[in-house]
Ligand binder design. Structure first.
Ligand code: SF4
Length: 177
């Protein structure tokens, strides 16, 4: 049977959701026989091509994140989101409580370890936007919440998709053992 092609992206996040995927340990060996990773932070391939499954970790926090989310959505048949940041905005959406100016000042000037800080400015830095969960930007087909989602929850979701079902993760496997 042909492997299903999978691409993933991490947006405004801590990478913990992808780390939880890697925590599947030996179960990854079985998955490797069924899926082919294309563009992901794991393979470090950045250009999306058409895939069966797209996965996003993290929230949309700037114009670049929005472009990546739309690009992956346009290239995948099913889009799954991992983690509370992607599902709901999560911890990164706390930034929405402050203005962009306040946030940049805190990051680059006011942190206790910063001396002579300066807010960087460059055309290469994408402008910050309000932090949004993925479903405020593109259509999402399935959700794996948690911070991070447990490896069991990720494994369950991937296995269900491989069986041709859209997963609804049972609450009892959302927690870490
Ligand atoms: S959901 Fe938690 S683990 Fe995943 S990116 Fe957000 S903060 Fe990190």
């Amino acid at each position: 049977m042909a492997k299903i092609k999978v691409a993933s992206a991490w947006l405004d996040c801590c990478s913990g959701c992808h780390m939880s995927f890697l925590d599947l340990d030996e179960a990854l060996i079985d998955l490797a026989g069924a899926i082919e990773l294309t563009a992901t932070p794991i393979t470090d391939i950045k250009e999306f091509s058409p895939v069966d499954l797209g996965i996003i970790e993290g929230a949309v926090s700037n114009e670049h994140d929005e472009k990546v989310a739309k690009d992956l959505r346009a290239n995948c048949k099913i889009l799954m989101v991992w983690g509370d940041c992607a599902c709901f905005g999560g911890i990164v959406s706390m930034r929405n409580l402050f203005s962009t100016e306040e946030v940049l000042r805190r990051y680059y000037i006011e942190t206790e370890s910063t001396k002579d800080g300066k807010v960087p400015s460059s055309e290469d830095i994408p402008p910050l936007t309000k932090v949004r969960p993925i479903n405020e930007v593109v259509k999402v087909d399935c959700y794996v919440p948690g911070c991070p989602p447990s490896p069991k929850a990720i494994h369950y979701a991937l296995t269900e998709l491989l069986e041709g079902r859209i997963p609804i993760v049972p609450s009892e496997i959302m927690r870490f053992d």
